[in-house]
Design a protein around this ligand. Structure first.
Ligand code: FAD
Length: 334
């Protein structure tokens, strides 16, 4: 598709109540820099129902323009409705590039809209830039099992599209909004949407873990030795008011649920404090937590790679170190 603009779009996914899903707001932060380098405007594209609050949030986070498609048919994400609306918007405004959060819905929408537009998509990017020589977006993502980082470009087709997982970028500072809000009257008939949501069933077994929003995370790996080893991790997390994370080895062993997994195939986190206990620090784990402001590692092996990225390291048994830490925190809080 030809492009007439240098604009960069950030897709703002919305929840059922019309508010913005956090990752969209996070992406406005790198989006601002990319749009400036591209020499275009930063536009937030909001699709949903009763989305005024989401649109206002995007404005306060630096979008120059907010394009809104609002209607009851968009209250819950359905592929046909969202792809049709986004396709119509791209045809009208012709952006140069588009960022989409890699949520479950974003991972569905991204490839479908890329295919409809006959353009490329780079999934799960961890860094974004503009190639100064040719002006293309340089999408960087882990490749070959996370053992190297690949930078991918989409030189021949527009828009260039990429997905980015929640937590990779931090939300920018909120400011006064000067954004132009454009409401587009795009509607789709129910009969043209091939899926029906019959019922929403909450998975009662899946504990809701807000790792991306956590300021403090205490994570356990294979070194915790079994499911009961996570009691020690949980006690430390509770004492610090933090959340519990885990390595893939601990998750694969069935010691803790997958929604606690941090890393390339888990969640990307950026807390103020990340305490890695009994975690060796494989590159795939580091991919999900190296953005933490302060990393503390507790490991019996002084040569474990986690110490290469840790700000503070304790060479020792986590079952001896963590109880001392918990007691000390409790003493200080008394
Ligand atoms: P290990 O590497 O076995 O390390 C255990 C550590 O515990 C050791 O360093 C040991 O010295 C220490 N230890 C043992 N006992 C104690 C004790 N009592 N006290 C203190 N320390 C102790 N991994 C992830 O974590 N997240 C991912 O998302 C992820 N995605 C992957 C994707 C791909 C495609 C691939 C190929 C791999 C992925 N992995 C991921 C797996 C990753 O490569 C490592 O295998 C995994 O991170 C190792 O987990 P671990 O550090 O808990 O275990």
């Amino acid at each position: 598709m030809d492009t007439n603009t240098n604009d960069l779009w950030v897709f703002i996914e919305t929840k059922e109540d019309g508010s913005a899903v956090k990752v969209g707001l996070e992406l406005l932060n790198p989006g601002r820099g990319l749009a400036d380098k591209q020499g275009g405007q930063l536009a937030a594209v909001v699709i949903g129902y009763q989305t005024a609050a989401a649109a206002e949030s995007a404005g306060r986070l630096g979008a120059d323009k907010i394009i809104v498609v609002d209607g009851p048919e968009y209250k819950q994400y359905r592929t046909d409705a969202y792809v049709d609306a986004l396709y119509a918007l791209v045809g009208k405004y012709k952006p140069a590039s588009m960022l989409i959060g890699a949520t479950n819905n974003g991972r569905d929408l991204g490839p479908r809209i890329a295919c409809r537009l006959k353009t490329g998509l780079t999934a799960d990017c961890t860094a974004l830039d503009i190639d100064e020589e040719n002006g293309n977006v340089a999408w960087t993502r882990p490749a070959f099992g996370g053992n190297l980082m690949a930078t991918i470009q989409c030189p021949d087709h527009r828009p260039q599209i990429g997905t980015v997982r929640p937590g990779v970028f931090k939300k920018g500072e909120e400011k006064g909004s000067h954004a132009e809000i454009i409401y587009e009257d795009i509607h789709i008939h129910e009969k043209d949407i091939r899926t029906r949501i019959v019922e929403m069933i909450q998975d009662m077994n899946a504990e809701d873990v807000d790792l991306e929003g956590a300021e403090i995370i205490v994570s356990g790996g294979r070194g915790v030795g079994g499911p009961e080893g996570f009691d020690t991790i949980r006690a430390a997390a509770d004492a610090l008011g933090g959340a519990v994370g885990a390595s893939r080895a601990a998750v694969d062993a069935g010691w803790i649920a997958h929604n606690h997994q941090v890393g390339q195939t888990g969640r990307t986190v950026a807390p103020r404090l990340y305490i890695a206990c009994g975690i060796s620090g494989a590159i795939q784990h580091a991919a999900g937590m190296s953005g933490a402001d302060c990393i503390v590692a507790v490991n019996t092996n002084a040569d474990a790679p986690i110490f290469d990225i840790a700000d503070y390291g304790v060479v020792g048994d986590l079952f001896q170190v963590l109880p001392v830490l918990v007691d000390e925190i409790k003493r200080l809080r008394m």
